[in-house]
Each structure stands twice: as structure tokens, then as C-alpha cells.
Design a protein around this ligand. Structure first.
Ligand code: ZN
Length: 189
């Protein structure tokens, strides 16, 4: 339906895109492997196929194309991923019917930044829940009878016992601005 999606898929090199986030090693032919960015592991079960334009983790089952990878790894929308890839691979996106005024654009950008911060928070807490530190939380969830499906549906996470963990994650890892994090309400001065 959207010809720019096909054009981006045709031009984009998934190995190149994944390499920006994960250290890939050759795995024969057009295949590359790495430790999965979406779950904790010590031996690589995350594979990227250049000719198929596809990635798959045999550990956690996460898989998809170049759009899905960017969305997952950067916590962004499909629209954002498309925009990034279009810019990177020189694909012209169709213009909207009306241009936004500078004020509208500014409001739109601010909302977008706040959404990204919220998404990064949710991701952080879910990561804590799934990781080594989340063992007690996972046990507790089990005693409360929460199924994996329920945990997934409601995005249940775990806040580690550290007052600055989220700050560190948002500012140092994702590079969000402190003013935006305060504005979104997830951090306080
Ligand atoms: Zn995985």
C-alpha cells in the first residue's frame, strides 16, 4: 500500500542497521550472529540474514525486518523508524496534505519526546523484571497467579532498589534531556 516501504526495504541493509546497535560476527554466507539485544545471553543466538532482510533470535524468539528491529531497539513507532530509514537511505517520503505551523510542529515534537521517554521507562522496568535482579519480582508475580500473557499485556515491570537507576538509563543510555524527563513526570528534581 505504501510504495516507500518497499523502496526502503529494497535499499536498506539490515546488517548495516543492526550493526549500529549490536556487534555482529560473520556466521557464514550472508548471515551474521551476535548476543541478542532483546534478552540476556552469553552465547549468540541472534541471527541476521542480509539477503532475506530479516533477523531472528533462537533464544527469545524475537524476529522481524529492519523496521521492526529499529522500533524494538530504539523504542520508537513504525512511523519514526520509517522516517529514520528513509533519511538514511535517501528515500523521499510523501508530504502530508498540510504543512504544520511552527507552533504545531513544536507541540508535536514535544509530545513525541515525552512519548519516547515513557516508552523508554516501560522498557527499562520490563527489562529489570526479566533480568537477574527481577527474580524476586517474577516469583512474586507467580504467587499472585499472573500468567506470562498477563504480564506482557499490562507491561508489568520491576523497579530496582536504586533511586537513580531510571535517571541513569534515560540520560546516559538513551541521551534524553533532563528537562524533558522532568516535564514527563518520570523524574523529579
Ligand atoms: Zn533474544
Amino acid at each position: 500500500m505504501d510504495p516507500t516501504i518497499d523502496e526502503i526495504k529494497r535499499r536498506a541493509d539490515i546488517v548495516d542497521v543492526v550493526s549500529q546497535h549490536v556487534a555482529l560476527r560473520p556466521a557464514g554466507g550472508e548471515r551474521f550472529k551476535a548476543c541478542c539485544p532483546f534478552h540476556d545471553e552469553k552465547t549468540p543466538s541472534f541471527y541476521v540474514s542480509r539477503d532475506k532482510g530479516f533477523y531472528k533470535c533462537f533464544g527469545c524468539g524475537e524476529s522481524g525486518d529492519v523496521f521492526k528491529f529499529l522500533q524494538k531497539v530504539e523504542n520508537i513507532s513504525f512511523f519514526e523508524a520509517k522516517k529514520q530509514l528513509a533519511e538514511r537511505y535517501g528515500v523521499q517520503l510523501p508530504k502530508f496534505g498540510k504543512e504544520l505551523s511552527p507552533e504545531q510542529q513544536q507541540a508535536y515534537d514535544e509530545r513525541d519526546r515525552l512519548h519516547k521517554i515513557m516508552a523508554a521507562c516501560a522498557h527499562f522496568y520490563r527489562e529489570q523484571f526479566a533480568g537477574n535482579k527481577g527474580l524476586a519480582a517474577r516469583d512474586y508475580a507467580r504467587t499472585r497467579g499472573l500468567s506470562g500473557k498477563t504480564l506482557e499485556k499490562f507491561g508489568i515491570g520491576y523497579a530496582p532498589d536504586a533511586w537513580d537507576a531510571l535517571h541513569h538509563h534515560l540520560i546516559n543510555k538513551y541521551g534524553f534531556k533532563i528537562e524533558d524527563c522532568v516535564a514527563s513526570g518520570v523524574l523529579i528534581e
